[in-house]
Design a protein around this ligand. Structure first.
Ligand code: IUR
Length: 456
């Protein structure tokens, strides 16, 4: 380990990491404080991030950096008797899990101060989805969050400037320096934010597959283990689920269309894979907070809240608390399904036919996400505007027997037509074949349990 010299210069710090040395907690503090105060130049931050990307960090360094970033701004505190929980996903196509999960947990008596992000690249952001609902306001002060948790039990909000300011700086520079895919940097970014939320328990949904950041299970497991270790050492009971991200989650991808599907899930009639993911993730959180639950009984408790309308009531109350008019909230949460009375519908809907009779063997989530991104559903640079009405409804299910010519997907778009290239990408995204080649797989592959925070 390098010396504990308080007067070390930033170039010296960068050189230490560049040369593969382990940084001491004091050296990491100097770096993070320099990031927060603006004393360190962007070029120096970029160089340090690249040195970390190249040389990696030990668990001790990762923990020290996570702790410093977490403490770079305000941290939230709650009444002791509250069970404050949250979930974080590393990003998936069609991943609208947070929308039904937060109110289902609130219906179980938990408090859920969910701080979410916006979509970047091919994956959508929870905040973008919610902003398809007229009036929904993701910007809430800490005081407002406290009030909503007191009154409703859950809220889904954007990050305020006073929480983890160092992460905002580091994240933007990581994006510009190709240093996003580093296990210690991802760990620091995710866990610092969750640590600042003052949680009792956290479940992480770490995705692997062709539309995930990590393509294979082994690399995703390494990230999950790093996240679980850092979370627990910071005092948050943290577990992780490893889930597949090859085909879209549920039957819809986009922003407004995903809100419709989340509402269906909250009415107890969501697609099986979405409901499964919501109940598994919620079940793990309930179990972590309350040892009287088994994983199975906790999962059933979440499923019950989706079936009996209690989660839906919490969602309606959350919509109202976050600025949606009582009329719109009550109509969206009523028995009716004409959600586009309240959300903008795209000017055009184009359906594509199945090319051959057979069973649905594959739907490529990545291909679908790329087409929707180009049509305006996603952004390339942070801050870019997106079109909430662009999306896709997938009209067939994996393993389903289909006839030649029937529609398999409905694209919602505002451009006059899809391009030749977009048609061709979509046509290749669907694979039809013989039913005996279809192997159903569960979306969740593994769970990594909270480990003992005192273990080294
Ligand atoms: N989400 C975050 O909050 N931080 C990250 O580094 C990634 C996703 I990748």
């Amino acid at each position: 380990m390098s010396s504990n010299n308080n007067t070390i210069s930033f170039p010296e710090l960068i050189k230490l990491k560049r040369d593969g040395k382990q940084l001491s907690p004091a050296e990491i503090r100097t770096f993070v404080q320099g990031v927060t105060s603006g004393a360190i130049q962007e070029s120096q931050i970029g160089a340090m991030l690249m040195a970390i990307w190249q040389m990696n960090m030990t668990d001790e360094e990762t923990l020290a950096m996570t702790r410093e970033v977490m403490n770079s701004g305000d941290t939230l505190e709650w009444p002791k008797e509250w069970r404050v929980v949250d979930k974080h996903s590393t990003g998936g196509v069609g991943d609208k899990v947070s929308l039904p999960l937060a109110p289902a947990l609130a219906a179980c008596g938990c408090k859920v101060p969910m701080i979410s992000g916006r979509g970047l690249a091919h994956t959508g952001g929870t905040l973008d989805k919610l902003e398809s609902i007229p009036g929904f306001n993701v910007i809430q002060s800490v005081q407002q969050v406290k009030q909503i948790l007191q009154d409703v039990g859950c809220c889904i909000v954007g990050q305020t400037g006073s929480l983890v300011p160092a992460d905002s700086v580091l994240y933007a520079i990581r994006d510009a320096t190709s240093t996003v895919d580093s296990v210690p940097l991802i760990t620091c970014s995710i866990i610092s934010k969750k640590g600042a939320e003052g949680l009792s328990a956290l479940v992480l949904d770490v995705k692997f597959g062709r539309a995930a950041l990590y393509k294979d299970l082994d690399s995703a497991r390494k990230l999950a283990q790093s996240l679980v270790t850092a979370g627990n050492k910071l005092g948050v009971k943290t577990g992780a689920v490893l889930s597949r991200m090859d085909v879209p989650i549920g039957q819809s991808v986009g922003n407004a269309v995903e809100v419709c599907e989340a509402l269906e899930c909250l009415k107890g009639r969501g697609p099986e894979d979405l409901t499964e993911l919501v109940t598994i993730l919620g079940g793990h959180l309930l179990c972590m907070c309350d040892p009287s639950f088994t994983q199975e009984s906790a999962k059933m408790e979440i499923a019950l809240k989706l079936k009996n309308g209690e989660a839906l009531k919490k969602f309606q109350a959350m919509l109202e608390a976050q600025g949606v008019s009582a009329d719109v909230a009550s109509s969206l949460c009523s028995d009716e399904t004409d959600y586009f009375r309240h959300m903008r519908r795209a000017a055009h809907q184009t359906e594509l036919p199945v090319p051959d009779e057979g069973a649905v063997l594959d739907i490529d989530a990545m291909a679908l996400a790329e087409v929707l991104h180009k049509l305006g559903a996603g952004r390339t640079k942070s801050g870019e505007k997106i079109d909430h009405s662009v999306g896709a409804e997938i009209l067939v299910k994996m393993g389903q027997q289909v006839e030649k010519g029937e529609s398999w997907i409905r694209i919602h778009h505002n451009s006059p037509d899809l391009s030749k290239h977009q048609y061709s990408v979509l046509e290749k995204a669907l694979v039809i074949g013989s039913l005996n080649k279809y192997k159903p797989v569960s979306c969740v592959a593994e769970f990594i349990r909270p480990n003992n925070p005192n273990m080294s």
